[in-house]
Design a protein around this ligand. Structure first.
Ligand code: ADP
Ligand code: ZN
Length: 439
């Protein structure tokens, strides 16, 4: 466990407004947003099709009368037909990383960039950032929103950035040691690679001054957090965002680390049943839907994220009044349906992390050779288990199979592979190879 204790600090007053004030602020900003989207042909058409006049959308309840916006809608308007301002007013473009296909371009005005930096400064501060800290950003810099988003957030909070970008793990570690870096920002799967390299090369923990890390960009589990924290002796914080909504900065954990606070002055969040589209009660899992309240270049209304999580409106011990979202347990579109059972890659990961003798590097291969789904999980062994007897290896396979079945309810084939043989990812990990889609 880490020896660090993070001070509870709140970046700005919007994080802890009384709920009534927050609601009033949201309603006022919603009215502005509804006006602004009249510049977007897609939304203008939505209003005329539904017969709703913009002036009729006054409150959060009214918002629910408007239809959802989906990724398919954004793709159809590719690249820039969702712009609500002239191109001359755009200061920056980014694109979604295209985990699920063709990238979606997003745009920011100068004001949007300021808003974004402030939102990132918020969650970074909630998770320990102090102005005297040095932060290494090992996210991709480029179309992906992670690198630049966090970069400006750190600077806005008054701290200093090392824009290391993703990849070249030995150099990352050298920089962390030589520059006595306080905090690391990257995807959780890349952090796992960094940690593995440190252990394999017997780099003493005290050669690093790392205290905490902010991970986001992909789903991860509580077990993964414990593992990285134990291995690296740091505290790990979760943060969430997506390019269509703004990028990182939608939500992040505070010192309490019991859910990620959503910046509700900037976004209205809803949680819906992805099939019936009905609202889901607090505490229950559903698909998150966001409406932007501050964005100028590309405002978005009721965007269906496909991300599955639950919302917790209970007040938090940190003093923030904003609603908290749980970890993302999966995406309704990366959800695998194997033999009719819904499975998330994160469930397999959770199972693996509970079995000693395996490294948390895995790949799920799904095939349908004879009209029947067959799932195989390739799991890397640790050096130790790799040198064990055939009998011990068989026992290990059985154990993994049982752990996965316990969590997913499915029997999967287990294939043990040698240490370091599976592909390593410097950005978002690709855990699933689904051959069923190709046929
Ligand atoms: P793409 O949808 O192309 O991957 P982005 O690069 O904007 O586009 O990635 C956003 C997505 O990444 C989110 O919708 C979510 O699925 C995932 N994500 C981001 N942060 C987290 C997090 N902390 N936990 C789980 N998933 C996350
Ligand atoms: Zn809190």
């Amino acid at each position: 466990m880490s020896k660090f204790v993070i001070e509870n600090r709140i970046w700005d007053k919007e994080e802890s407004l009384p709920r009534g004030e927050l609601k009033a602020l949201q309603s006022a900003k919603l009215r502005e947003t509804v006006e602004r989207v009249q510049n977007v042909p897609f939304y203008k058409e939505v209003f005329s099709r539904t017969g709703i006049t913009p002036g009729k959308i006054q409150s959060l309840d009214d918002l629910q009368r408007l239809p959802f916006t989906t990724k398919a809608d954004l793709r159809a308007e590719y690249p820039l037909r969702m712009l609500a301002v002239d191109r001359a007013e755009v200061a920056r473009y980014h694109g979604s990383s295209g985990t699920t296909g063709k990238p979606t371009m997003v745009a920011y005005t100068q004001n949007d960039l300021k808003t974004w930096a402030n939102l990132c400064a918020r969650f970074l501060t909630g998770g320990g950032l102090l102005p005297q800290h040095t932060v290494q950003i090992a996210f991709g810099y480029g179309l992906f929103t992670g690198g630049f988003g966090l970069h400006y957030g750190v600077e806005h909070a008054g701290a200093s950035v090392i824009p290391a970008a993703a990849g070249n793990t030995p150099k990352q570690i050298m920089l962390m040691m030589d520059m006595q870096v306080d905090a690391l920002v990257c995807t959780p799967s890349y952090a796992l690679n960094i940690s593995e390299f440190i252990i394999q090369n017997d780099i003493p923990r005290n050669a690093l001054n790392l205290k905490y890390a902010h991970f986001g960009g992909e789903p991860w589990t509580e077990d993964m957090r414990t593992r990285i924290e134990d291995e690296m002796g740091i505290l790990c914080f979760n943060n969430y965002g997506l390019s269509e909504v703004i990028g990182p900065g939608v939500s992040g954990e505070c010192a309490v680390r019991d859910g990620m606070h959503i910046s509700e002055d900037a976004f209205i969040v809803e949680c819906i049943n992805p099939e019936t589209l009905e609202p889901i009660a607090p505490g229950e899992e559903g698909e998150l839907v966001f409406t932007s309240l501050c964005k100028e270049a590309m405002p978005i209304i009721r965007y269906r994220t496909r991300d599955i999580a639950s919302l917790n409106p209970e007040p938090c011990a940190c003093g923030r009044t904003t609603v908290r979202m749980s970890r993302i347990t999966g995406r309704s579109d990366d959800m695998l349906i194997i033999k009719g059972v819904n499975v998330y890659p994160s469930q397999v990961e959770q199972a693996l992390l509970r079995v000693k003798g395996t490294a948390p590097h895995y790949q799920i291969v799904v095939e349908r050779p004879d009209r029947k789904d067959v799932a195989t999980v390739k799991v890397e062994m640790t050096e130790e288990s790799f040198s064990s007897s055939m009998k011990e290896m068989q026992e290990l396979k059985d154990k993994i199979g049982r752990a996965i079945q316990g969590i997913t309810g499915l029997r999967m084939n287990i294939e043990l592979v040698s240490p370091n043989s599976l592909e390593r990812f410097i950005g978002k990990a690709q855990r699933v190879v689904d051959h069923r889609k190709i046929v």
